[in-house]
Design a protein around this ligand. Sequence first.
Ligand SMILES: Nc1nc2c(c(=O)[nH]1)N[C@H]1C(S)=C(S)[C@@H](COP(=O)(O)O)O[C@H]1N2
Ligand SMILES: [Mo]
Length: 325
Amino acid sequence: MGKRNFLKPSWYLPESKATSESVFLNRRELVKGLGMGGLLAAAGMSYKSSSAHAAEDPSAGLYKDIVRNEKYKLDRPITPEQLNLTYNNFYEFGSHKQIHEAAQALKIRPWEIEVDGEVEKPMTIGIDDLLAKMPLEERLYRHRCVEAWSMTVPWSGFEMSEFIKLAKPTNDAKYMRFETFEDKSMAPGQKQFWYPWPYVEGITMEEAMNEMTFMVTGAYGKPVPKQMGAPLRLALPWKYGFKHIKSIKKISFTKERPVSFWEELGPTEYGFWANVNPEVDHPRWTQATERDLETGERIPTKLFNGYEEQVAHLYKDLQSEALYK
Ligand SMILES: Nc1nc2c(c(=O)[nH]1)N[C@H]1C(S)=C(S)[C@@H](COP(=O)(O)O)O[C@H]1N2
Ligand SMILES: [Mo]
């Protein structure tokens, strides 16, 4: 996300320093007793240890033979998994792209999701119970960050409309509001008090019922890794990436339009709708092109990130709204 001039007290430990220190300390704990050979091995093991963890995930078996929904096609190759795993936005673990090690501190079991607001009956459901109830599939989606980089991802998960059938909202529900976990002890970024934690996002019920709106629980044929938003994350491929809220803990059906994290921080730059549009620039940079994460090439950005056919109708009566920020 583009840097804004938020005032930080001069005594505040820079977040990047805090992160590298805690990683260093954890490593030191890890290699205690391993001896010199272990120490050398440890230098290269940080990522391997997180993929080993993925193998222990109780939901790992669900993704091995997952069926791809061929309806959703890409116009470029899938972004290599390794790149996607090591270039992330997840401010709870730091306001930079190298948060994959810090994010391993996220505890993803037990993981209960609270469902409340305008529903027949509020409920709390564990992620593994939810996974057992939902029809899982794989979809290849594009992803366009508001910072003007992009990638393509083989997500696994379920269509939001399936979740809505389970949650049974009432006729008063106009919006869905999503909230990420809040726990400073796991997520050092949440000690940055000038951010309005927890991370919140929202969509309209019409958007939620659209076929493209997808709840992500896996990626690359495995449970979704922590740095990518385990165990439950949103994918709205026609909207800027900041709408794709990670590590969801609470889902509320509301009458009022939710105010999202980035909208609260910088309403002149980030809004509720955040639909991709190459013709509407960010106040501080162009949105006409995007940098492909794999090739580094600048490619033209498409209206609704290429999903105009699926979603343009949602906005035809909303032309007075700021649809593209
Ligand atoms: N909870 C939470 N969700 C988040 C973010 C975040 O900082 N916190 N960043 C968003 C942004 S700006 C983008 S581009 C995507 C990045 O997803 P990725 O790291 O899997 O590429 O996550 C989105 N979801
Ligand atoms: Mo983003």
